[in-house]
Ligand binder design. Structure first.
Ligand SMILES: Cc1cc2nc3c(=O)[nH]c(=O)nc-3n(C[C@H](O)[C@H](O)[C@H](O)COP(=O)(O)O)c2cc1C
Length: 222
């Protein structure tokens, strides 16, 4: 698979089959992803790859919390600013419309939206997950390094015929994840990532993108 195909065929998949992902494939992907760039080669990512019983236990505990209506864990970072200005608010709204209309859920149907969101904490059925942490002493440039690393992982997964979904949603159940993974205190959970084979029955609308001239400015002669 060439890089363009890996980039354009990657999307946030929210329906996986239970088909296992082998340790060998995950090791190959993560060994190659280690070549992702980072400022001064700090390689600030701390990743736990979880499958089998430990992942099942995380899902069980998260599901139990959800069912009990337990509050989310207090945030260690803000996912988004409290008020999103233009054009981000419009893009977020467009994403919400795409995501929920594919499921036949209306904007007003809060319960159905919650049900759809709850799939996050079952990894949308995926048999493997990655939890990506960063040292709390590190700053914004290192958090951006995590993004490069995670995208590298997701593209390599495409090369293996696999799909993924990055999930900040796990940060609100970070204590449940920590009960199983026992990460050192100095680490913050940035996000989870579901990994597996796409379920052909998944209903989705491919997300759009802003026109190039909204996000890119070319300066200089052609
Ligand atoms: C850091 C990060 C966190 C995300 N968190 C979630 C999440 O918690 N749940 C979810 O369903 N999608 C999550 N997404 C997926 C985005 O919604 C998705 O990437 C975006 O809408 C673009 O769609 P696409 O990836 O399918 O092209 C996340 C993406 C990123 C990069």
């Amino acid at each position: 698979m060439d890089v363009y195909e890996a980039v354009t065929s990657r999307r946030a998949v929210r329906g996986f089959t239970g088909r296992p992902v082998s340790r060998e494939v995950l090791q190959r992907v993560l060994s190659a992803a280690a070549w992702a760039p980072s400022g001064s080669n700090l390689q600030p990512w701390h990743v736990y790859v979880v499958t089998g019983e430990p992942l099942a236990e995380i899902k069980r505990r998260a599901g139990a919390r959800l069912a009990a209506g337990e509050p989310w864990d207090e945030r260690e970072y803000e996912m988004y600013p409290a008020t999103l200005k233009s054009p981000y608010q419009e893009r977020r709204a467009a994403f919400g419309r795409e995501r929920y209309s594919a499921l036949g859920v209306t904007r007003e149907d809060w319960e159905a939206r919650q049900r759809a969101a709850s799939g996050n904490w079952q990894c949308f059925g995926a048999p493997a997950a990655l939890f990506c942490y960063v040292d709390r002493d590190l700053g914004r440039p290192q958090w951006s390094d995590l993004g490069m690393y995670l995208q590298t992982v997701m593209l390599l997964l495409r090369a293996e015929g696999l799909h993924s979904c990055p999930q900040m949603a796990w940060s609100v159940y970070r204590k449940t994840v920590a009960e199983i993974l026992r990460p050192p205190e100095e680490l913050i959970l940035f996000c989870g990532m579901s990994i597996g084979s796409q379920d052909a029955a998944e209903q989705y609308i491919r997300t759009g993108r802003a026109p190039l001239d909204e996000t890119v400015t070319f300066v200089g002669s052609r």
